[in-house]
Write a protein that binds this ligand. Structure first.
Ligand SMILES: Nc1ncnc2c1ncn2[C@@H]1O[C@H](COP(=O)(O)OP(=O)(O)OP(=O)(O)O)[C@@H](O)[C@H]1O
Ligand SMILES: [Mg+2]
Length: 286
């Protein structure tokens, strides 16, 4: 069985020189420490999912790693080549898509590179379009191209699929996995969706009380399937780390895994729900 849960002998993210190294990170907005001595290493080319309750500080950590916030307290080592994609595409409306992608890129071949990045995300035909004429999925693909063109060693993704419909979301997940395989940046993906974390990442870290409270390897073979026993076991473990009562949720959603072990709801996940449908999301206070 290829999807074994047995521990991998040497964890890929505990050896070698990390591309991101954070020690004792503290961030305070005047009402207690949001980040409270947080430490985290990311190894080059690894895919890490970052989970945790709403308001626990995930975006604060990402903004710090993107250097979008003032210099923090603590030791933070980052690569120069960083890029970030948010839940909203944040395209400049009065610039065409290609110009958005190459904005701020100081390179003689900026346009060629921009076009290549757009081709990689399947948006060549929209290079001359205005952002407001793009669909939600197209706009997020443009945002991905804008990140990609910078050839990041660190790609930060803050709930990048959360605003998309389920089908577009699945396609985007596949695209991000392909781009990760091709370009091998270290990726830190914030998500509320446990299944998304398990589909994409090598490792899941859970934030609580301003720190990394759990650090869980995901040694599943790819491509991954919701119904595989290893997947299901890791889902239970992650939900437990997140403090979600799985039995309570299963009672609310009896059809989720059918008798053949197939996830009957795979295309119906809603954002903000740890991979659970909208009705169940309201139950746990996440
Ligand atoms: N600029 C700011 N000024 C004041 N408080 C802030 C600021 N940014 C974040 N916070 C507070 O810090 C805490 C963590 O916020 P953050 O956005 O990092 O949470 P999160 O884990 O990303 O939540 P969510 O899952 O809902 O996106 C929250 O209590 C938030 O209100
Ligand atoms: Mg957030």
């Amino acid at each position: 069985m290829s999807h074994a849960l047995s521990p991998i002998p040497v964890s890929p993210y505990t050896t070698g020189k990390p591309v991101v190294s954070v020690r004792g990170l503290v961030r305070n907005f005047g009402n207690g420490n949001v980040l409270d001595g947080l430490s985290l290493d990311l190894q080059p080319g690894t895919f890490t999912a970052l989970l945790g309750r709403s308001g626990c500080g995930k975006s604060t950590l990402l903004r710090t790693l993107a250097k979008l916030d003032p210099a923090p307290e603590g030791d933070v080592q980052l690569p120069e080549e960083r890029a970030v994609v948010f839940q909203e595409p944040r395209l400049v409306p009065w610039m065409r898509v290609l110009r958005n992608v190459t904005l701020g890129l100081r390179h003689p071949d900026a346009e060629v590179r921009g076009l290549a990045a757009l081709a990689e995300v399947g948006l060549s035909h929209r290079a001359r379009a205005w952002p407001l004429t793009l669909s939600g999925g197209e706009a997020q693909r443009a945002a991905l191209a804008r990140a990609l063109v910078r050839e990041p060693r660190l790609l930060l993704l803050d709930e990048p699929f959360a605003a998309l419909d389920a089908l577009t979301r699945m396609r985007m997940q596949g695209l991000v996995e392909t781009l990760w395989r091709t370009h091998a940046p270290a990726i830190l993906l914030v998500t509320h969706d446990v299944d998304e974390a398990l589909l994409l990442a090598d490792r899941a870290v859970v934030m609580a009380d301003g720190k990394i409270a759990a650090d869980i390897p995901i040694p599943l073979a790819r491509p991954r399937r919701h119904g595989d026993p290893g997947f299901i076991a890791l889902r239970s473990r992650l939900l437990a780390e997140l403090g979600v009562d799985e039995e309570h949720l299963a009672a609310r959603e009896p059809q989720r895994i059918d008798a053949k072990g197939t996830d009957t709801r795979a295309a119906g996940a809603k954002p903000g729900s740890y991979g659970l449908p909208a009705g169940a999301a309201a139950a746990p206070s996440l």
